[in-house]
Design a protein around this ligand. Sequence first.
Ligand code: NAP
Length: 479
Amino acid sequence: MNLTDKGLFREAALVDGTWIDRADMEVTNPATGTVLGYMPDCTAAETEAAIAAAEHAMVDWKTLSNAERADLLMAWHDLMLAHADDLAQILTAEQGKPLAEARGEILYGASFVRWFAEEARRINGQIIPSPVKDKKIFAMKEPVGVCAIITPWNFPNAMITRKVAPGLAAGCTMVIKPSDFTPYSALALGVLAERAGIPKGVINVLTGRPEEIGAALTSSPIVRKLSFTGSTRIGALLAAQCAPTLKKLSLELGGNAPFIVFDDANLDAAVEGAMASKFRNGGQTCVCANRILVQSGIHDAFVAALSEKVDALQVGPGTDAETTIGPMINAAAIAKISAHMEDALSKGAMRTTRSRNLSAQYADPVVLKGATTEMRLAAEETFGPVAPVFQFETEAEALSIANGTPFGLAAYFYTTDMARAFRFGEALECGLVGLNTGAVSHAEAPFGGVKSSGLGREGAQEGIEEYLETKAFHFGGLG
Ligand code: NAP
């Protein structure tokens, strides 16, 4: 890395304004397989210290005016933009995505901080007409309390800002546990929060193996909320761990997005949308098109056009300017992609894109035609650059396949028939619908899933409600 501001790369956890500097664990650069740096493996005792610091810091933090908290969030936001190039370099070094995409994530991550800084000033309560004459009733909004934030490796910046920014705006304080594959983007956000003047203890960042930290966070009665993004399996496990202390939960979990192209779609737009949805971050996103369903009248033209675009993708280190797909995060990711490919090819799928001779940390971007619901890639997230195309005949058949999984995060469809747009969009079982677009996430719009894809929403006005409680305040004796 060639950072302008070398202080942004911290190999230490942040607890109560103190940097815990221990080289217990290695962090690897996925593009090279070499050691990028080290981090502490935080203990249960350190987790408890971070929770205590957050509890203590909240006394003052929640009594700041909302406008004061908004100003501090905006200062943090401005530093993110000022250091966007360095933050992008750190992100690419630990996560692998191309630098341009990493920079895009920094701007996207910062957009949540700005949005919630603005929303902080609009945390309004309500005056409720009383049923009795001598009484007034107010509904007041209050911060939930200390929050535990556990995030995955695929968006190491934005998955944090879209939880932490609404929480801070609401008056909560945070204990963050980023993925141990990608701790440095989170730690850089901690550095910038300090520089922005956010008081010590308001943001704590713990690094290390997740089980011990997760157990301490979820069992603590002081922690009043858990916001988790990651797999459905770990989300369900953490929800169970939170049950004895009845925490408020936000769970952004796995997806299995269908991407449906009807005969009447604009072919070029559908191919462009499929490229954006399927291949962003090398296919390692929760809203990635996992199953591409194409109606028979447009099927062959779509497969040909998509295959041509996929053949033009450039696979390589994220630091190379021409790279459009970086390395996969680790060997387990590569093994899952290979297993899905082998299973699909053995059950009759056909590859329509060229083969590349890639080294072990990369996955070949591929289009497969002839995909069927019997294949593993229909039921599980592949989380890689494999685009399986399923051919269908009728709208009813497409809907049945689209809704035929336990997941319900994103779904995309392309049509120019407005009646179908409403009919089909309303019938999809998911939290996010992209009609004639492959992008479904902005700070202004609610983001989240239904069914096994999770609970709660991030972004939008709803995003801040997740960090608020309502207190009904009854004023009597006013007759
Ligand atoms: P994961 O294995 O569930 O890990 C997510 C986070 O949980 C990581 O920080 C991980 O730490 C931590 N973790 C793992 N086991 C834990 C435990 N026992 N206690 C406490 N924390 C624990 O998921 P992933 O493979 O990193 O991420 C990919 C998944 O996230 C996919 O399913 C994807 O769809 C989903 N995702 C969903 C959204 C959404 O908004 N719905 C967004 C992005 C990703 P370590 O990494 O250190 O092990």
